[in-house]
Ligand binder design. Structure first.
Ligand code: SF4
Ligand code: SF4
Length: 177
C-alpha cells in the first residue's frame, strides 16, 4: 500500500478500513475521558460497532463496564471505577481492550495488551510497539508475559515504552519465527 493510499485509509475510519480512527474512538463510551487518560492505569475499550456481545461487562469485578440489557449497545467505561487490573482483557473476543498507564515511570508509559500470535516475547525483550494500523512507533521493553490458563489462550503482555507515544501505541509487532 503506498503512502497516499495508506493515509486515506487511516483517515477514513472504521467503515472503510475496519480500523477506527482516534477521533472515532474518542467519541465512543469505552474510551477514557481526558480527566482519566493520564491519571494512572486505565482500560481503553476500542469497541466501535454495535454487535451482540457483552462478556467484558461481566468480567469486570469493579462494575466499571456497562452495556446493559440491550447487548448491542457499546460498552461504557466508568474510568473512575477502573483500577487497570486487566481482568476484562482476555474476556473480549475481539481483543479490543488494553490497559495503559501514563504514570508508570517518568519517561515511560506502560501497556497491557492481549496477544494471540506465536512466538511470544520473553520478559526483557526489546520489541517494536505499534499503533492500531500496525505501524511501528517506538521500541518497548517486555515486562511481563502472562499465559495463565484463566486467560482462555489469550496471552497478556505488559510492556514499557516512550510516553511520547502514549496515545498511539496499542500493541507490539509480531515476532518472526
Ligand atoms: S481493567 Fe479491571 S477494573 Fe478496569 S474495566 Fe477492566 S476489569 Fe474493570
Ligand atoms: S467483549 Fe469486546 S467486542 Fe464484546 S462488547 Fe466488550 S469490548 Fe466489545
Amino acid at each position: 500500500m503506498n503512502d497516499t493510499k495508506k493515509k486515506a485509509w487511516q483517515s477514513e475510519g472504521v467503515k472503510t478500513s475496519g480500523t477506527p480512527t482516534l477521533e472515532e474512538l474518542t467519541q465512543t463510551p469505552g474510551f477514557p475521558s481526558e480527566e482519566f487518560l493520564y491519571a494512572g492505569p486505565v482500560a481503553f475499550i476500542e469497541c466501535v460497532e454495535k454487535i451482540p456481545c457483552n462478556p467484558c461487562e461481566t468480567a469486570c469485578p469493579r462494575g466499571a463496564i456497562t452495556i446493559g440489557d440491550n447487548i448491542t449497545e457499546l460498552p461504557m467505561l466508568d474510568a473512575g471505577k477502573c483500577t487497570g487490573c486487566g481482568l476484562c482483557l482476555p474476556s473480549c473476543p475481539g481483543l479490543a481492550i488494553y490497559v495503559k498507564d501514563y504514570t508508570f515511570e517518568q519517561d515511560r508509559a506502560s501497556i497491557i495488551f492481549p496477544f494471540e500470535y506465536l512466538p511470544l516475547p520473553k520478559k526483557g525483550d526489546i520489541v517494536e510497539m505499534v499503533d492500531r494500523f500496525g505501524e511501528t512507533l517506538c521500541e518497548g521493553e517486555i515486562l511481563m508475559v502472562n499465559t495463565s490458563s484463566r486467560n482462555d489462550q489469550t496471552s497478556l503482555i505488559k510492556a514499557a515504552f516512550d510516553k511520547r507515544h502514549f496515545i498511539g501505541v496499542v500493541s507490539m509487532k509480531r515476532l518472526v519465527t
